[in-house]
Design a binder for this molecule. Structure first.
Ligand SMILES: NC(=O)CC[C@H](N)C(=O)O
Length: 222
């Protein structure tokens, strides 16, 4: 089990993501955005939260055009695992690896608090440690977390069981309360909340731990 965590100028959750993955038993190598190749033997890629390139242009838009993102796309196309958290989710929509866009929060404010999420599906390598219908408490910290896609795309995501998490009380205006979605092969997850900030008792909550453990289990089985 070997994960690459991509680091952009302005990433601020790369270490937290690496620590959460390592605690679940995954080897982690950090990879600078200017690199073009992933380390040998990487099974999964983590795109961390933060403020890549200062959120200029649109959150994640400049990062999505970094040299390493061609390798991220090739890895996903080969059926590799990818998790994008918060700014990482924004990067995944900007690269087109996940559908939709993250717009400015409905209230135009940066929101930093712990929110209740509903686990919509346990049928993915990221969510199989939960039961569908579970409520988990996970922190959010973003100003552009308002998920948007056209009605047809939302219906397709719902019809294909690709909504991973919804907000129980949507803080940002996200369409259909969507907090996280899966790719059609279920191996790419993008989510705005930060499970790596709820992965150790010292964080004040451990509801994110099951995600990293399930992922490590799925990688061990590859
Ligand atoms: N915590 C994050 O990754 C924040 C993402 C992005 N900078 C936003 O504020 O929306």
């Amino acid at each position: 089990m070997h994960a690459a965590v991509i680091v952009f100028p302005g990433s601020n959750c790369d270490r937290d993501l690496a620590v959460a993955l390592e605690a679940a038993g995954t080897k982690v190598t950090k990879v600078w955005h200017k690199d073009t190749d992933l380390p040998q033997g990487v099974d999964m890629i983590g795109i961390p939260g933060g403020f890549s390139f200062g959120d200029y242009l649109r959150c994640g838009a400049i990062a999505a055009n970094s040299p390493i993102c061609k390798s991220v796309a090739a890895h996903a196309e080969r059926g590799g695992y990818v998790i994008g958290i918060c700014n990482g989710f924004q990067v995944l929509t900007e690269t087109g690896l996940l559908p939709g866009a993250l717009l400015r929060n409905a209230g135009l404010k940066y929101i930093c608090k712990t929110v209740a999420l509903k686990v919509e599906t346990s049928a993915s390598p990221f969510t199989e440690g939960y039961n569908a219908g579970d409520t988990i408490n996970i922190p959010i910290a973003h100003h552009d977390g308002n998920y948007f896609a056209d009605d047809e795309t939302i219906a397709r995501l719902q019809g294909e069981d690709r909504v991973a998490f919804t907000y129980e009380d949507t803080p940002n205006g996200a369409k259909a309360d969507i907090a996280g979605i899966l790719s059609s092969n279920r191996r790419v997850l993008g989510m705005m909340p930060h499970p790596e900030r709820a992965a150790d008792a010292g964080h004040g909550g451990t509801d994110g731990q099951a995600l990293f453990r399930a992922l490590a289990g799925a990688l061990a089985a590859v």
